[in-house]
Design a protein around this ligand. Structure first.
Ligand code: WT7
Length: 662
């Protein structure tokens, strides 16, 4: 580590606030990654040490090469050895009022048994298991059981439809599906098994289905020889399963996320690098202590649930809350009541929820004593300063720092966030502040050169980090193309880990005059609905699957609570007439094909869609029209579309919307 390094001087963060300790961490992590990451990686348990910290063949990184470990061992056995056997790992609460708690020992026993169940059903190292469950402990047990035997889990959010589930099973070629009879939402019971059956009819790789009894549903259809009840299998299971020694670079899981094409992307995470990142990022951002009570309100169907419910908290031997239900059911103080009752100290949620509660009124929060809270967090989309201030003032009583964590499914864990566990910088409502150690970001203009302060640019990452995904499942070409080809290295960029390669996040960002980073939304055609990523292409191809639809376009519209809402434009096939019934049918179709998360808020029938000369849908025009605002920078429309042409398209569309109605 040379004293004369230009890194400290060139550090992208503000000279004034990027404190010495944080700066030193950042400098070491990029200047001498071998030494830095060797030390950090020692915080998890390895059966065999790695030979090489990083093997970087852009854009493929292999971390801790030669290292051997097991994720379930790290999450559970390691804690039993540390004396945490009787510590509560999970306080679980169901919407209907049921409660359960599992100590580390109890969780470990369940995971061992279920690992043996999977083995007995023929699941082997490297096989894929799809998990389609609500937020119950069995979801975590199933994930860890897979990890224990070296099977790759693919968790599919329980709000996804049968078709979406079938697509994800087929892509992963999963052998076993774990699901439940049903789930509770807003007091109703929703069947999951029947959806799972519908999916499996179109997903032939599934040999066995394991069904948890969650909702006590009667008459659950069970197919002999294929379907098994979870508790019956568990009764017979052997108590101990030796954890499989896994290579650091063996995949731990696949998680599907939306992109710019109709096909969801299977993001593949490694075992070693991912666990090191889950451990380090949680520690650095939230500074959690042994007696903290952690509550991350995400669903395990998303990456936030994987990293900060499924793995991270267990690696730190923490106690966490797991809640299966709607946030405001039966009353708008459900969450606050839970925080008070368990004495939650660290609370991590999403801007969409914060905005919803803000609207429901302060009195619901003030009814409860939330004085145990000491740190708050936010994730999923940019948090607007009003929501930030409300969260800080009303929920946090003005005492708790708000840790705005910017990251993605692909990054495995936080990348830009205040690092309360290293050194807390002064916060600015709406800014995720600075990158964590190991994260070398830059904001660049169209030519890939650093943008000036306050200039909106593209957020890129210039060096591999342990939590980065390894590839897209069975599609390395798409991995290269989507993430690593937009920007080429140039001499204005200071690469600290060579050979140089540039990861494109797909997000707009800017730095202020003190180097603070402000995230400014997606560059691509991805809509963020309540923090969930919905690809416009996925929506459009779903619409086109309906017999009445000739063409479709979907865009996001600013929404006061959800951040963005979906607005869709439909051109009907000849022989079909616009009608309210057809509109309802199309909305139902989307709920069925993708899931309720993708429900459009508005739907317009139009006779044609505005397109460029080369036939690309002019999304910016559509967006401007639905936002009701001006056309903005329409003159920079790709594809040499003239301003006149765009204006004409807007007029046409406005007229069509008036005629077609919403
Ligand atoms: C996209 C990733 C990361 C877990 C949840 C979402 C947006 C996420 C923030 C934030 C501004 C944010 C970005 C990113 N995003 N967190 N704190 N500030 N934007 O994971 O579904 O993979 O979505 O969410 O646009 O690219 P995801």
């Amino acid at each position: 580590m040379s004293e004369t390094s230009s890194i400290a001087a060139g550090i992208q963060a503000g000279e004034k606030y990027y404190g010495l300790k944080l700066r030193e961490f950042w400098r070491l992590s990029l200047e001498n990654p071998e030494a830095f990451w060797s030390e950090i990686a020692d915080n998890i348990v390895w059966f065999e040490k790695w030979d090489k910290v990083l093997e970087w063949n852009p854009p493929f990184a292999r971390w801790f090469v030669g290292g051997v470990l097991n994720a379930s061992y790290n999450a559970l056995d390691a804690n039993l050895k540390k004396g945490l056997k009787n510590k509560v790992a999970i306080f679980w609460e169901g919407e209907e009022g049921a409660t359960r708690s599992l100590t580390y020992y109890q969780l470990w026993k369940e995971v061992n048994k279920f690992a043996n169940v999977l083995k007995k059903l023929g699941v082997k190292r490297g096989d894929r298991v799809t998990i389609y469950l609500p937020m119950i402990p069995e979801l975590i047990i199933a994930m860890h059981a897979c990890a224990r035997i070296g099977a790759i889990h693919s968790v599919v959010f329980s709000g996804f439809s049968a078709m979406a589930l079938a697509d994800r099973i087929n892509d992963a070629e999963a052998k076993v599906l774990v699901t439940a009879d049903g789930m509770y939402r807003r007091g109703k019971v929703i069947s999951l098994k029947s959806t799972a059956d519908e999916a499996v009819n179109q997903a032939k790789s599934i040999e066995k289905i394991i069904v948890v009894k969650r909702a006590g549903m009667a008459d659950v259809p069970m197919t002999n020889g294929r379907d098994y009840w979870w508790d019956e299998l568990m009764k017979e299971a052997e108590p101990y399963c030796e954890p499989e020694p896994m290579q650091s670079t063996d995949p731990l899981f696949i998680l599907y996320t939306s992109g710019t094409t109709g096909k969801p992307k299977g993001v593949v995470h490694s075992t070693g690098g991912y666990l090191v990142w889950a451990w380090a990022s949680l520690k650095w951002a939230f500074d959690l202590q042994p007696d903290d009570i952690w509550w991350c309100t995400a669903d395990l169907g998303w990456i936030t649930g994987h990293s900060y419910i499924g793995y991270g908290p267990f690696l730190h031997g923490l106690t966490q809350i797991m809640y299966d239900g709607a946030p405001d059911y039966p009353a708008p103080d459900r969450w606050w009541e839970i925080i008070e009752r368990y004495g939650v100290t660290a609370f991590y949620t999403a801007p969409t929820a914060i905005r919803m509660f803000m609207k429901l009124g302060d009195e619901w929060v003030r009814k409860h004593d939330l004085s145990t809270l000491r740190i708050l967090g936010s994730v999923g989309e940019p948090i607007n300063p009003e929501a930030w201030k409300w969260f800080h003032g009303v929920v946090g009583g003005g005492r708790c720092p708000v840790i705005d964590t910017y990251w993605q499914t692909e990054t495995g864990g936080f990348v830009i966030t205040p690092a309360a566990g290293i050194e807390l910088v002064p916060l600015k409502p709406g800014s995720a502040t600075f990158p964590l150690p190991g994260i070398h970001v830059e904001i660049v203009n169209d030519n890939g050169e650093p943008a000036k302060p306050f200039e909106r640019g593209y957020l890129i990452i210039l060096a591999p980090w342990p939590g980065m995904f390894m590839t897209l499942w069975r599609d390395p070409e798409r991995y290269k193309e989507i993430y690593w080809s937009r920007f080429k290295p140039n001499e204005k960029l200071d690469f600290k880990i060579k050979p140089p390669a540039i990861y494109f996040t797909g997000d707009y960002a800017m730095k202020d005059d003190e180097g603070y980073i402000w995230m400014l939304g997606r560059v691509d055609d991805v809509i963020k609905v309540a923090g969930h990523r919905i690809g416009t292409a996925e929506l459009e191809s779903a619409f086109i699957g309906h017999p009445a639809v000739a063409e479709a376009a979907a865009v996001g519209k600013p929404h006061p609570i959800k951040g963005e809402a979906i607005v869709s434009f439909i051109v009907l096939k000849s022989g079909y007439e616009p009608s309210e019934d057809l509109k309802k049918d199309l909305v139902a179709w989307i709920r069925k094909t993708i899931g309720p998360v993708a429900t459009p808020d508005e739907l317009y029938f139009v006779s044609t869609l505005p397109k460029t000369r080369s036939g690309k849908i002019m999304r910016r025009v559509l967006k401007a029209v639905v936002a009701g605002g001006t056309l903005g920078d329409i003159s920079t429309l790709e594809d040499a579309t003239s301003v006149e042409e765009a204006k004409k398209a807007v007029e046409m569309l406005r007229k069509a919307m008036e005629e077609g109605g919403s």
